[in-house]
Design a binder for this molecule. Structure first.
Ligand code: GLN
Length: 311
């Protein structure tokens, strides 16, 4: 087998409204994804999509939309509905991973009724809706923790709108904090590989397992292939790589040889099955455990330290 060329895996992320929707360091989510890709030799290209830009779903492997104040959301809602709705829906229905935080989450549901002004029409990706209960009702502000996938997610929330789920599945159950509406203990929403959440902070730096979950979904969707393991070093024969050919269905690089580590044929992984090589996430997990501790979730904090720092 000839080693024609070693081509790193690549992903393209569409960052929706980077100038309008970027509260509480939401851009930090992009930086985290970039760093975690870079550490594994994966190229993550980030394309900003502002007001007036069309969204051609085939050009992206992941999408991100952040949060914003009501006055920033109004023009975005119009543009999202008129210009990007069809492309975004097509991406979602094709299982593209999408992360939508706070104001962005609200605009991917049916509508947001702010304290003042007209309703903002959403795309209805999440069967949910958001009502702002008026300026006299306290906002949902503070640290927050929830159960997700047998683990925890932590972050910071600040929203006046309260979201109610119809058939949409919640992202998780609130352990401490307000979550969607400070009433039913749900937080966020999931539809296919689209995730909505109120967690700012930003979310991904303190939740490396969720960042890798999104990356795995994107890599699996783009490259398919059950048995690849992406390690954290530049591919070379000396560190245990051998060449392999990407399966046909990846289409884009069929017949192309890439360097992958030993294929773990003996234990097929259940999806998402793009196993990313572990990184040294002790700092991330310390920050995670610190928020749990600050919320008084001592057991969960101790479990996090045992599972991820004292291993
Ligand atoms: N403006 C919306 C609200 O208050 C969203 C806020 C945000 O994105 N942090 O609910």
């Amino acid at each position: 087998m000839t080693h024609a060329s070693v081509k790193p895996l690549t992903l393209t992320l569409g960052h929706l409204y980077p100038d309008q929707l970027n509260l509480y360091g939401d851009r930090g989510n992009i930086m985290t994804l970039q760093r975690r890709c870079q550490a594994r030799g994966i190229e993550l290209r980030v394309v900003g999509l502002g007001i007036g830009d069309a969204l051609a779903p085939d050009e992206y492997d992941m999408l991100f939309i952040g949060g914003g104040q009501d006055k920033e959301q109004a023009p975005v809602a119009q543009d999202l509905y008129d210009l990007k709705g069809i492309g975004l829906w097509a991406a979602v229905e094709d299982d593209m991973p999408v992360l939508a935080v706070c104001g962005g989450f609200q605009l991917l549901a049916h509508y947001y009724r702010p304290a003042e002004g007209p309703d903002m029409r959403g795309l209805g990706v999440f069967d949910a809706w958001t009502l702002h209960k008026g300026k006299r009702v306290p906002r949902c502000i503070g640290d927050i923790a929830l159960n997700w996938n047998g683990s925890t997610l932590v972050g910071f929330e600040n929203h006046g709108g309260r979201t109610y789920l119809g058939t949409a599945k919640p992202l998780g159950k609130v352990l401490k904090g307000s979550g969607n509406n400070a009433e039913d203990h749900t937080e966020g929403a999931i539809y296919r590989n689209a995730y909505g959440t109120y967690l700012h902070g930003s979310l991904l730096p303190k939740n490396p397992h969720f960042a890798d979950h999104l990356l795995s979904l994107a890599l699996k969707r783009k490259y398919g292939g059950e048995y690849y393991r992406v390690v954290a070093e530049a591919p070379s024969a000396s560190n245990g790589y051998s060449s392999a050919t990407l399966p046909e269905k990846s289409g884009e690089t069929s017949g192309e040889s890439i360097m992958v580590a030993a294929v773990m044929e003996e234990e097929p992984l259940s999806p998402p099955s793009f196993q990313l090589a572990p990184l040294d996430d002790r700092l991330e997990w310390e920050a995670h455990a610190y928020i749990l501790e600050r919320l008084g979730l001592h057991h969960a904090a101790a479990a996090t330290i045992r599972a991820h720092i004292q291993e």
